[in-house]
Design a protein around this ligand. Structure first.
Ligand code: CP3
Length: 355
């Protein structure tokens, strides 16, 4: 007999959707939902010494995690931290410069790899795990019983991108060059990051994260063979290892700009959900990805920032493509800082009114 997946009982809509239920209206949350577009975030940020201090102050980071839930009642809260806190915890230098983004010492040789120290990880992530505990307790204390807490990490490839380049880049040419020129060194870095990511995410789940997401923001710069080796294989290892310890905790992959490789990610990694970026046609993604994998996405963050008819049309298009399968409404990338918070409220209203 055919099982009706829409009646799976689960009181948190996000977890139900990631468990395979075609919930309608779909659960909704937004990447970078806590951040500079919120005046209450800017107020807390102004009081912290710098961005790293904010990420390592559990009371402030937990407060920031909850801010967008209070305003918009999202179906998920996401731990407030950053993907670059993992290299930071491994002893790699990290600074966030105002208006410039992250700056790291470029890792290009064996000596750079040897300087990473996995024995620092457990101690260094202690404040981040405390943020997870406080955010989870805060959700319960404030009555957000249907909001799930998502933990996250950068996927090994994207974290390696920032470590190798020493910051952001248009095309991550130094990273791709190293992958071809010194595959042993590149592979060893990916392996080290994969193991550290497993330990980091397992610790977040043990502290109270109810789902985890892996941000692979730059996966799309890789040629297919490198994509299989450094995006698909590490993700498969992370999912498989987490599932042995926490079989019921869903894992969302976000191989941004994966294009035609999205189907491979759905088939070969074991993820429960896949984030779809702004450039992908969600209806085409839905055809590539089997219905046992939930899709999450993919409204253009700039349509949200502009609002009005662009927002209304964008929400409609995404809802039409996500309907009838396990689906989580989100953006195709993070909220941009100039987004008016009222547009976010309107987005949530429109999604929740979906017929
Ligand atoms: O609300 C959330 O989504 C949770 C917190 C979160 C942040 N960064 C906070 C942040 C998450 C999940 C991230 C992920 C992240 N960080 C990614 C993957 C997603 C993506 O955007 O592609 C990447 C590539 C980073 C690295 C990073 N962090 C960059 C390039 C920058 C500088 C650019 C910028 O937006 O300032 C950051 C800083 C950062 N991370 C901020 C926030 C709120 C802004 C810092 C500030 O307040 O000054």
């Amino acid at each position: 007999m055919e099982i009706d997946r829409t009646v799976v009982r689960q009181d948190k809509p996000l977890l139900a959707a990631l468990g395979g239920a075609a919930i309608w209206p779909p659960p909704v949350w937004l990447m970078r939902q806590a951040g500079r577009y919120l005046p209450e975030y800017r107020a807390i940020r102004a009081g912290a010494a710098d961005f790293i201090a904010l990420c390592t102050s559990p009371d402030l980071a937990a407060e920031v995690t909850l801010q967008p839930i209070r305003r918009f009642g999202f179906d998920a809260a996401i731990l407030f931290s950053d993907i670059l806190m993992l290299p930071w915890a491994l002893g790699h230098g990290l600074a966030f410069r105002e208006g410039e983004g992250p700056v790291l010492p470029p890792l290009r040789d064996a000596a750079g790899l040897a300087r990473l120290d996995p024995s620092r990880l457990t101690g260094a992530i202690t404040p981040i795990l405390e943020t997870v505990r406080r955010a989870r307790a805060g959700l319960a204390a404030e009555g957000f019983d249907r909001t799930a807490l998502i933990g996250f990490a950068g996927a090994p490839f994207t974290v390696a991108c920032y470590m190798i380049e020493g910051g952001g880049s248009k095309d991550f040419a130094a990273t791709r060059t190293l992958a071809y020129a010194d595959p042993a060194l590149f592979g060893a870095l990916i392996d080290l990051l994969t193991e550290a990511t497993i330990a980091y995410l397992a610790a977040q789940v043990a502290a109270g994260a109810e789902a985890v997401m892996l941000f692979d923001s730059w996966a799309g710069v890789l040629a297919p063979d490198l994509f299989r080796a450094h995006v698909v294989a590490p993700l498969r290892r992370i999912v498989a290892t987490l599932k042995t310890r926490f079989p019921a905790v869903p894992v969302i992959g976000f191989p941004r700009m994966a294009g035609m490789m999205l189907g491979v990610c759905a088939r070969d990694t074991g993820v429960d959900g896949l984030g779809v970026d702004t450039a992908a046609d969600l209806a085409v993604a839905a055809a590539l990805v089997p219905a046992r994998v939930a899709l999450q996405g993919n409204l253009d963050p700039l349509a949200l920032a502009v609002g009005g008819p662009a927002l209304a049309r964008g929400v409609e298009t995404v809802l039409r493509a996500g309907r009838g399968r396990p689906f989580v409404f989100n953006l195709g990338h993070g909220v941009v800082p100039h987004t008016p918070p009222e547009h976010v409220a309107e987005l949530v209203r429109r999604v929740r009114a979906a017929g």
